[in-house]
Design a protein around this ligand. Structure first.
Ligand code: GN1
Ligand code: CA
Ligand code: CA
Length: 283
């Protein structure tokens, strides 16, 4: 033990004696007073410093440190290898039409044809022409029938039909006749009124009827060459044969008759006889 340590030990001993004495002075009636920290123990001085402890065990692995700042931009890399060949692209739009090519050379001549037969072409042409006429007539008849279905008037004995086609008296009569009728021949007040009503209800003003004095001036006849008998419906002051050539007759929407020139082209009214019924059919 060196001198310094001896002095330290001596100091500790002195301090220990002094503290024991002080404890006796201040704590002599310890049993009658509440206990204090100072008096709860007899030793209040620290002991001598111990020896240096053994080296400790190594600590646990520390936590992962914070992410560092972004590094500097690297150098540009070396160029990559050439890639594989790509797929074939989509088909493009249709191109514009090319120029017309040059005319080709003539082909070899064909073989000789067979001998033809004698053709009566004139006869066939005539036949075809007749067919065309018939077709045209059928078309006209069809048109007529369609119009007939659209509007017709009738009595017990006859059908009346106004043809809304402007015709001269002669053409109008032909039109009615080729359809199995004739121009209307009103022979009494009943049939005359019926036709007059038909004209006005059709929104018309005048139509040809089947009366004329073509054969003899002033002697009016029906188209079936029968004379006017007990009945006529002349307008006042008619027939007047104005211009000296009024030989055909029209009926006005009032039912009155007037003589006019036959070449006048106006609508006309046809009549068709109904088939006579037998007694059995009438019964
Ligand atoms: C008409 O247009 P005008 O007056 O010449 C008619 C005659 C009549 C007459 C009566 C084509 O002749 O038939 O009798 O009125 N002519 C025509 O005034 O309608
Ligand atoms: Ca006349
Ligand atoms: Ca007249």
């Amino acid at each position: 033990m060196n001198g310094q340590k001896k002095r330290q030990l001596k100091t500790y001993l002195i301090l220990a004696v002094l503290s024991a004495l002080l404890a006796r002075v201040f704590c002599s009636d310890a049993d009658s007073h509440p206990t204090t920290d100072v008096c709860s123990t007899n030793t209040i001085l620290p002991g001598p410093k111990g020896e240096k402890g053994e080296r400790g065990n190594p600590g646990e692995i520390g936590k992962l440190g914070k992410e560092g700042p972004m590094g500097m931009k690297g150098e540009k890399g070396d160029p990559a290898d050439v890639g594989d060949q790509g797929m074939i692209g989509k088909i493009g739009p249709i191109g514009t039409k090319g120029e017309k090519g040059c005319k080709g050379l003539s082909g070899p001549a064909g073989g000789k044809g067979k001998a033809g037969s004698v053709c009566d072409c004139g006869r066939y042409r005539k036949f075809v022409g007749q067919l065309e006429v018939n077709v045209a007539r059928l078309k006209t008849s069809l048109k007529f029938v369609k119009n007939v279905i659209a509007g017709i008037r009738e009595t017990d004995e006859k059908y009346y039909y106004i043809v809304k086609e402007e015709r001269s008296y002669r053409d109008a009569l032909t039109h009615c006749r080729i359809r199995g009728g004739t121009l209307a021949m009103p022979r009494d007040e009943a049939s005359n009124s019926l036709i007059a009503d038909y004209i006005s209800k059709s929104g018309l003003f005048r139509v040809f009827i089947g009366v004329n004095d073509v054969e003899k001036e002033g002697q009016f006849m029906y188209t079936d060459n029968t004379p006017l008998q007990n009945y006529s419906s002349w307008k006042e002051s008619e027939p007047n044969d104005a211009s000296g050539h009024e030989d055909c007759v029209e009926m006005l929407s009032s039912g009155a008759w007037n003589d006019v020139e036959c070449h006048l082209t106006i609508y006309f009214v046809c009549e068709f006889m109904k088939k006579k019924k037998t007694d059995l059919q009438r019964a």
